[in-house]
Design a protein around this ligand. Sequence first.
Ligand code: COA
Length: 250
Amino acid sequence: MTDHVLVTDDGAVRTVRMNRPEKKNALTSAMYDAMAAALEGAGGTSPVRCVLITGVAGTFTAGNDLQDFLKAAMGGEGLGSSVIRFLHALARCERPLVAAVEGNAVGLGTTMMLHCDYAVAASDARFQTPFVSLGLVPEAASTLIAPALMGHRRAFELLVMGKALNGEEAKACGLVNAVAPAGQVEAEALKAAQRIASLPAEAVAASRALMRGAPDAVVARMDEEAAEFKRRLVSPEAKVAFEAFLARKK
Ligand code: COA
């Protein structure tokens, strides 16, 4: 249990809120487990018809907690079972996923979009994946899905060169559907989630399954990336990068 993720159901819409503002919603193992449980629990006979993933005002997430990465690197654990569980839950989620992004969406905050069916971003949102500058490799099957979505070159710029995208740029490359002024993003995303939840549920599920196909290839790529990630976490490149972030002066 953690207070850093709040899960609430309102009618057929489940809201999963990352809620660790003092650390810019950096994701810990407990948070990954709570988010995975919320997605897993939305399947089967659950009355939930759509899941909205959001953060707090002005912050989506700073991505994985870098202290945790450092611990994982020292313990030889790689990405860790909680992260893997969450990634698999994203790929296998039985209900449509909607995201509302304000502020920074770093690392998994960006790659998560690739698994969402609908996403709204603030015009001044900032999507960025600093994996390579941290000495790591991209995760969440982004190496498979992003090139298919936006073409190899734009995916390379985002995932390898770490180019940051604002809301409009994210929309232009298909990472999000819509852009709204900061402060109205969650309301817009909630409207979309409610609209999805009001559609005939079986028809939505069947259409979505046809569009996404079996999740096996996505899950296999997640596992392949995780194996490389584990090797990279113990690299001198990664150690230097984490320590530099955690030791930086304000
Ligand atoms: N892991 C652990 N702690 C983090 C964190 C992360 N990913 N991101 C932010 N924090 C912490 C900071 O250390 C700081 O803690 P402190 O107040 O105890 O010193 C606090 O959250 C606020 O962060 P700060 O950097 O001061 O906020 P900002 O608004 O200036 O910048 C970010 C926000 C997200 C741009 C910046 O924090 C950042 O670049 N974070 C790292 C992102 C990252 O590399 N994630 C890993 C992706 S794989």
